[in-house]
Design a protein around this ligand. Structure first.
Ligand code: XMP
Length: 515
């Protein structure tokens, strides 16, 4: 394992992912992690991430000085390198000008860390401070035009520092450098594979759960579906999958999901039809946050009743992923033990409000994985592509895509329009090019003309976006011909709609969903 000590960089997760791409397991921990804690983890290498501070700032983050004496290879990246230099007696200065963006890396020592990294390759820089004097025992590995010490090493102690960011894609020689560090300097073996993860997870689940019963709230997304597959493989009938149909799913989706699980995967699903209850609870409600709150509250109530009816259960399976764990790594040390009390059901609603007798122990087999790794696991254990690559779909579903009050009539209109959007995006080969593609129903009416008749009906908004992670997004440049077909089909085939508009707002300032 390689440990990444996080000094507050936006790239710490990315470093972890790059390491894992070499099939070596990596974890991100706080820079406050002590040498003693690290010893228990027994990593084969440590990477110090970058960070927004200057080593001269008051309270600038520093590492436990004992870490330098551990004899484990360490590579400092950007701020991580500057901390290394400062703590070991070298000098860091504010450069007369910072260096941001691409820089050519000129190699002074083509061995060791820079083996097979091309002289003059592009590396990506983002720093104000620079190393002006290396600590004793360090040698220069590479420089750039503006940065005399761009890569340094103390070969004896296996300490390395790079001013650039080898983890970002713009750093063309970055992956070769990371591989050198992982394989040659830290002597890691490429054993973090999907197959190994599946095998080990199954063993761990069996050991943890024993003969006890586990409840899983299935949503149909890739996380909960992968979880269901993995658990079913591990403990068979001890697993109960519960699917709560709140009535806000897309057309034919609940039926398809239950059929897939029961008939094709042979995993039994408890289908809970709570449609009336959810829609009735939204009568007269128009405020978006109020809608979300009511839906969340209803979900907890149904979940509570149904788990009592089907239970008792000892464990609740949750699709917690690694990014959720990293966010709290700084404050919640108990995360390592796995003995946490349920606080939320991922991608659905917070069930922290459950009564005491319904507090489950958690089983979270995906908590070591990034989203793309979950997809690989899903594929490996037999999930079909339609689930593995499914676009994100919000927990409150179509209820937050009908602006204003949600009614059965509007749900039907939106379902039909949404189906057309999905069909056309699929048929035109655009599904994988976009993050999400859906329809939104506005609670206003406008005048149109069809045949010789005046119409007065709802508009549908098309929301089709590209995004890396849902945090920022851009509207997709869908070809006009495709937009034309979608618009024609919706207006002609969906009763109650006479106009289609395309949302050309990015996020920010817009959000992806309309509520
Ligand atoms: P926004 O609208 O905030 O959405 O730009 C960002 C991403 O999150 C999804 N989303 C949700 N997912 N429960 C979820 O599981 C929710 O309540 C929820 N609200 C928004 C949205 O679809 C987009 O991918």
């Amino acid at each position: 394992m390689i440990v990444i000590l996080d000094f507050g960089s936006q790239y710490s997760e990315l470093i972890a992912r790059r390491i894992r791409e070499t099939q070596v397991y990596s974890e991100v921990l706080s820079y406050r992690t002590t040498a003693k804690q690290l010893r228990q983890l027994n990593p084969k290498g440590i990477i110090f991430s970058g960070g927004p501070s200057s080593v001269y700032d008051e309270n600038a983050p520093q590492c436990d000085p004992e870490i330098w004496e551990m004899g484990i290879p360490i590579m400092g990246v950007c701020y991580g390198m500057q901390v290394m230099v400062q703590q070991l007696g070298g000098e860091v200065s504010r450069a007369s000008r910072g260096e941001y963006g691409k820089a050519s890396l000129y190699i002074d020592d083509p061995t060791d860390l820079l083996t097979n990294v091309e002289d003059g390759t592009t590396m990506w820089m983002s720093h104000g401070d620079s190393v002006t004097q290396m600590p004793a025992g360090f040698e220069l590995l590479a420089h750039t035009e503006n940065t005399p010490c761009a890569a340094i090493a103390s070969h004896d102690k296996k300490l390395y520092g790079v001013q650039f960011h080898p983890e970002v894609v713009h750093s063309l020689g970055g992956f070769a450098l990371i591989r050198n560090f992982v394989y040659h300097i830290c002597d890691c073996e490429p054993i973090w594979t999907t197959e190994a993860f599946v095998e080990e997870s199954i063993r761990e689940i069996r050991a943890r759960v024993g003969s006890k019963r586990v409840l899983l709230a299935l949503s149909g997304g890739v996380d909960s579906s992968t979880l269901a597959f993995l658990l079913h493989k591990a403990i068979g009938d001890q697993l109960t999958c519960m699917f709560i149909d709140q009535g806000f799913m897309r057309k034919l989706e609940p039926e398809r999901l239950v059929k897939l699980f029961k008939e094709e995967f042979h995993i039994p699903v408890e289908y809970v039809n709570a449609r009336d209850r959810f829609i009735n609870s939204l009568t007269g409600v128009t405020d978006p946050e109020e809608k979300r709150r009511i839906i969340g509250h209803q979900f907890i109530r149904v979940f509570e009743e149904e788990s009592r009816r089907l239970g008792p259960f000892d464990y609740l399976a949750q699709g917690t992923l690694y990014p959720d764990v990293i966010e709290s790594a700084d404050t919640n040390v108990d995360l390592q033990t796995g003995e946490r009390v349920a606080v939320k059901i991922k991608s659905h609603h917070n069930v922290g409000g459950l009564p005491k007798d319904l507090r489950f122990k958690l089983v979270e087999p995906l908590r070591k994985l990034f989203k793309d790794e979950v997809r690989k696991v899903g594929r490996n254990i037999g999930l079909p592509e339609e689930i593995v690559n499914r676009h994100p779909f919000p927990g409150p579903g179509l209820a937050i895509r009908i602006l204003g009050e949600v009614t059965a009539e509007k749900l039907n209109i939106l379902r039909d329009a949404d189906l057309i959007v999905r069909q056309e995006i699929n048929q035109n080969g655009l599904y994988h090019d976009c993050w999400q593609a859906f329809a939104v129903l506005l609670p206003v009416k406008s005048v149109g003309v069809m045949g010789d008749q005046r119409t007065y009906a709802y508009p549908i908004v098309l929301r089709i976006v590209t995004s890396e992670d849902g945090m920022t997004a851009d509207w997709a440049r869908v070809p006009y011909d495709v937009l034309e077909v979608i618009s024609n089909r919706i207006v002609n085939e969906v009763k109650g709609v006479n106009r289609v508009v395309y949302d050309i707002t990015s996020k920010p300032p817009g959000t992806i969903e309309w509520e």
